[in-house]
Design a protein around this ligand. Structure first.
Ligand SMILES: Cc1ncc(COP(=O)(O)O)c(C=O)c1O
Length: 572
């Protein structure tokens, strides 16, 4: 072989290598969801460009160009709600006002209940307050004595009804009070909890943490440690807590460099899993089955009526099976994040419900009977925090309050009650019951000509809207006035506890309908036939651009409100 031939061979090898790299890179691009949610870095850059501006009073009621008669109806409806809120929620609102400036979380949630253009006007006038006095059955009562059907589900903690958790906490506390808050050593109830967690998960070992976020962190850390690979895969839109690596997009001030965000329910993602060598684990949040590839549906992003939801159990099961197969083939750790859906979809959680086993499973929220917790279950080989053959190479994880005796006591009571007939019966016909309730409500809404629908994954519901509108977020205030308590994400997520009876639900459905009728009568859902979600989005984008240009020409504050726009009161 002469020198030239060797050079040609080397060049061919390099070219092949580069081509392969290019192919793998293109595969990754193909596995990204086309939305901004699928492109974390771009989403963060875009978010930084969005300028603050707000609507003055005129624009607030006519952002969609509604005629005078409709605007008047909206004004009258809003004024009625305002005086009702002032009268009915006075004490709760006052107490909230007293602590507002001192509690960052309150300031954040009150700001992000509705799209920012409308936010100030609403939050200064429709004050519901953030304090509650008591809970009972499926209701909560505020400081003014208003009783609401609870649709917040306490972020998903409340699976069996608040009385169940009050009992777990009280009895659990009794059980461990002699030991009290001694940490490090375990109270004997912990042994029972370990046994039950291993049974439910079908896995070999367990570790206790203080929140779902921490349980997920530990799962990923261990997966990286044992596979000696760097990257985690999460699916577009899925929430896994607020740790940076699982929240690579908006919300995290720095980029997550070792995270791939891929399309869920898409073969292109399977191809990436099948080829890349740097993937340690795949995180699945089965709640996404309700709205694959879309983020948690909060009302602050309800700019139009583009939100939708549809749960297809067979399709999601098939997806999980394919995911399972590729993870097994490639030695990628498959982690089910059941912090939300564990014990809710089925007694054995999402693994039982979908009939697919994971290598690691996280639980949280409900499993400590109402006290704060995170739990990780996994296979022996994945849970070890040390390598016997390399004693200095460990995977460190501790936490002061892990396995706190009171948390363990309450968890013990939780598992004890799980076996009782009243609780077991709540799982009977669970899916059929809640699908039936959602269907019946949708039929009533359709028959009444109302542009609202619900989608559900068992007891987890979301509201969506079937007519283009800029005002869907107003519905949360009508629902509250009708006695239905929602969390700060508004109509995006309703969480029912399993103990809602037919009678309870009938009242919720009637109130829901009454609220929708009132909102319709007040003109918020008026629309022009030519108005589409696309034209709404375009119009809002134009506004943003105008606000951006205006802000930079008047001040150097950048993305904050332009004083000139505020002075004018509205964007024309
Ligand atoms: C699927 C999932 N994972 C993790 C978390 C984080 O749990 P925590 O809020 O207890 O940290 C949540 C919280 O909503 C969740 O829904």
């Amino acid at each position: 072989m002469n020198t030239m031939t060797i050079w040609y061979a080397l060049a061919a090898l390099v070219a092949l290598f580069l081509l392969r790299k290019l192919q793998i890179r293109l595969q990754l691009s193909a596995a990204k969801h086309p939305s901004l949610t699928g492109h974390s870095r771009m989403a963060r850059r875009f978010a930084a460009l969005v300028p603050y501006y707000e609507y003055g009073e005129d624009r607030f009621f006519a952002a969609d160009g509604a005629p005078e008669a409709v605007v008047t109806a909206r004004r009258v409806g809003f004024a009625r709600l305002e005086s009702e809120f002032k009268r009915r929620f006075a004490r709760s609102a006052q107490q909230t006002g007293e602590v507002f400036e001192g509690v960052s979380d309150l300031q954040f949630t009150s700001r992000y209940r509705v799209p920012f253009q409308f936010s100030r006007y609403v939050r200064e006038r429709l004050k519901g307050g953030n304090f509650l006095q008591s809970s009972a059955g499926v209701t909560v009562t505020d400081l003014d004595g208003n009783r609401f059907f609870d649709l917040t589900g306490s972020y998903g903690v409340n699976v069996f009804g608040y009385d169940f958790y009050k009992e777990c906490i009280a009895r659990g506390g009794e059980r461990v009070k002699e030991l009290g808050p001694v940490l490090g050593a375990f109270h004997p109830v912990t042994a029972y909890n370990v046994k039950r967690l291993l049974e439910v998960s079908g896995l070999d070992e367990v570790s206790f943490h203080m929140s779902g976020t921490e349980a997920v962190m530990q799962a990923v850390r261990l997966a990286r440690y044992h596979t000696r690979r760097s990257h985690l895969v999460r699916f577009c839109g899925a929430y896994h807590g607020w740790w940076g690596d699982v929240q690579p997009g908006v919300g995290n001030p720095i980029a997550a460099r070792e995270t791939y965000t891929l399309k869920e329910m898409d073969d292109a993602s399977l191809r990436v899993l099948g080829t890349r060598r740097d993937i340690a684990c795949v995180l699945v949040n089965p709640l996404q089955a309700l709205h694959p590839n879309a983020p948690a549906p909060g009302d602050s992003t309800l700019v139009d009526s583009g939100r939708s939801a549809h749960f297809d159990r067979a399709a999601y099961t098939a997806w999980l099976q394919k995911l399972r197969a590729v993870c097994t083939q490639r030695n990628i750790v498959l982690i089910f994040d059941e912090v939300f859906v564990g014990f809710r979809l089925a007694r054995g959680g999402a693994q039982e419900y979908f009939g697919v086993r994971a290598d690691m499973v996280t639980y949280g929220k409900t499993v400590a009977g109402g006290l704060p917790v995170g739990v990780l279950c996994g296979r022996h080989d994945l849970m070890k925090r040390f390598r016997p053959e390399q004693p200095a190479d460990i995977c460190f994880a501790r936490g002061t309050f892990n396995a706190h005796p009171y948390v363990m006591g309450s968890m013990y009571e939780f598992f004890q009650r799980l076996d009782t007939e009243p609780v077991a019966s709540l799982y009977r016909d669970l899916e059929a019951t809640w699908n039936g309730r959602a269907r019946a409500l949708n039929e009533r809404l359709e028959a009444a000509g109302l542009p609202v629908r619900v989608g559900n994954l068992s007891t987890i519901w979301t509201i969506y809207y079937v007519r283009p509108s800029r005002y869907n977020w107003m519905f949360q205030y009508y629902l509250r006035a009708a006695g239905l308590a929602l969390s700060w994400v508004g109509t995006g997520r309703l969480i029912f506890s399993l103990n809602y009876t037919e009678a309870d639900f009938a009242q919720v459905a009637d109130s829901f309908l009454a609220a929708a009728r009132a909102m319709d009568a007040d003109g918020w859902w008026w629309t022009l036939p030519e108005l589409t979600n696309k034209t709404i989005r375009r119009r809002v984008l134009r506004e943003m651009l105008q606000a951006r240009l205006s802000a930079s020409s008047t001040s150097s504050i950048g993305s904050m409100s332009s004083p000139r726009i505020r002075a004018k009161g509205a964007l024309q």
